[in-house]
Design a protein around this ligand. Structure first.
Ligand SMILES: [Zn+2]
Length: 139
């Protein structure tokens, strides 16, 4: 796995990676207007507040869209690689690799859930699974 970069942890995203390592999917919530947001960032896109805390997701959602990557190949992934855009129950959208799907039988709106899997360098990251088939930390 040489050439695969390590995750870049910042003040704004360390909560996300630490939660994933423990089997939780967490999002930022603005403590001024309560807007949820992902990916992590320093300021609320709705009201520009820098004040936030986190909420734990149910990890349940539906498939909003997807793409299947064939190249260029990166040592960190298996190909063909499905990448999903998921509408989570909380109302946030989430992008992650797909596991356990027949990539030729995907349908918009199908029920999915977020599990976890080991990525390059041993990092635990969220992955999208068919509903009821999530794997990873705590499952
Ligand atoms: Zn806000």
């Amino acid at each position: 796995m040489t050439g695969v970069p390590h995750l870049i942890r910042t003040h704004d995203n360390v909560f996300f990676f630490d939660a994933a390592a423990e089997g939780r999917l967490e999002f930022q919530r603005c403590t001024d207007c309560n807007a949820l947001r992902h990916p992590p960032g320093p300021a609320c896109p709705e009201c520009r507040s820098f004040e936030w805390d986190t909420v734990v997701s149910t990890r349940l959602g539906t498939l909003h869209s997807w793409t299947v990557l064939h190249h260029p190949k990166d040592d960190a992934f298996d190909y063909p690689l499905g990448v999903a855009l998921v509408d989570l129950e909380e109302g946030t959208r989430f992008v992650a690799d797909m596991s356990g799907f027949d990539l030729d039988a995907l349908e918009i709106g199908m029920e999915v859930e977020i599990g976890f899997g080991e990525h390059a360098h041993g990092e635990i990251l969220p992955r999208v699974f068919p509903r009821g088939e999530a794997e990873g930390v705590g499952k």
